[in-house]
Design a binder for this molecule. Structure first.
Ligand code: G3P
Ligand code: MG
Length: 245
């Protein structure tokens, strides 16, 4: 049984509020707050010179006007990029935020966060360690503890080494056969599963084993209602506005 457990809200903004603002930006966090979301998820990786920044892809092309791998760029170069125009001209000039700027935006809006450790290839341990250490040192006292998650088990082990008291969750597409032993080994209190692979039996067996189950990415309201009725604790959504009562 996990010993770290915190109940999260049912609706968590995915990459901020990715349906309404450019993903993994400060505008995304503040938009989620405006939509009434209490928690957001975002992805963090390292620049070449070790700065923790909010980006999902290993490469820059999809969500910025830059080119090439994130891990090949120093922070000063990354900072010159536009991370908003690709989404809409209304967000032109939005920058790739640092983890520390994201923490400030969360503090200003009284929001919690699931920080997904998204290492560039070969940087699993370094990313997990750096992200968890930054959260341990700079997380505001007045916010609920951040939840760390990752598809990378090496990142989760490094995060545990850096900040053992921060709760962790293992991200998977499908739930693997040996999921309990993996969660136990990693000291994770929850499993985050792709929603298309989730049925009522999977929900029941996960909860019965003492773990929380959260599902990504749920953009359909009826599907969210069904998952939550089955016992899923939270759904990650690009469209919090669709989930309002
Ligand atoms: O953390 C939930 C979800 O964000 C995982 O997938 O690819 O959207 O980061 P991805
Ligand atoms: Mg993510």
């Amino acid at each position: 049984m996990p010993d770290l457990y915190e109940v999260l809200p049912t609706i968590i903004g995915h990459r901020g509020a990715a349906g309404s603002a450019p993903e993994n930006t400060i505008a995304g966090i503040t938009t989620a707050a405006e939509l009434g979301v209490g928690w957001v998820e975002f992805d963090v990786k390292l620049t070449r010179d070790g700065h923790a920044v909010l980006l999902h892809d290993d490469r820059l092309e999809r969500t910025t006007n830059g080119r090439g791998p994130v891990a090949a760029l120093d922070f000063a170069e990354l900072r010159g990029l536009d991370a908003g125009s690709w989404f809409s001209p209304a967000f032109a000039g939005e920058r790739v935020p640092t983890l520390s700027e994201a923490i400030t935006a969360l503090a200003d809006n009284d929001m919690g966060a699931n920080v997904e450790i998204k290492p560039s290839p070969g940087r699993d341990r370094a990313t997990g360690y750096a992200v968890a250490r930054a959260l341990r040192r700079h997380w505001p006292d007045h916010l609920p503890l951040p939840l760390l998650s990752s598809f990378s088990e090496s990142s989760l082990v490094a995060a545990r080494d850096a900040a053992p008291a921060l709760p962790r969750a293992l991200l998977v597409g499908r739930r693997p056969g040996n999921w309990v032993s993996r969660l136990e080994r990693l000291g994770c209190a929850a499993l985050h599963v792709a929603q298309r692979h989730v049925g009522v039996r999977l929900v029941r067996t996960t909860i019965d084993a003492g773990y929380a189950l959260r599902c990504y990415t749920v953009n359909d309201r009826a599907r969210a209602e069904r998952l939550l009725r089955w016992g899923v604790e939270s759904v990650f959504t690009d469209h919090p506005e669709r989930m309002r009562r």
